[in-house]
Unconditional design. Structure first.
Length: 66
């Protein structure tokens, strides 16, 4: 794997813990968000945007941690 892609690899316990905490928090938050606003039109676009934002922030954190 090229060195610049090393931040994508969840090979350390710290990165795995951060990834797991991020996914649990995101899924829980999105479920509560969906439960509250499921009758609104366009909710799935908001859910996809929030999930993308969460994964993007996690990716930036992994890039910073290297």
């Amino acid at each position: 794997m090229p060195p610049w892609l090393g931040w994508l690899w969840i090979g350390t316990p710290l990165k795995f813990s951060l990834w797991l905490a991020n996914r649990i928090a995101t899924w829980t938050g999105l479920f509560l968000f969906w439960k509250r606003f499921r009758s609104k039109q366009g909710i799935w676009w908001w859910i996809m945007a929030l999930n993308t934002l969460s994964l993007g922030a996690l990716g930036l954190l992994f890039f910073w941690l290297k």
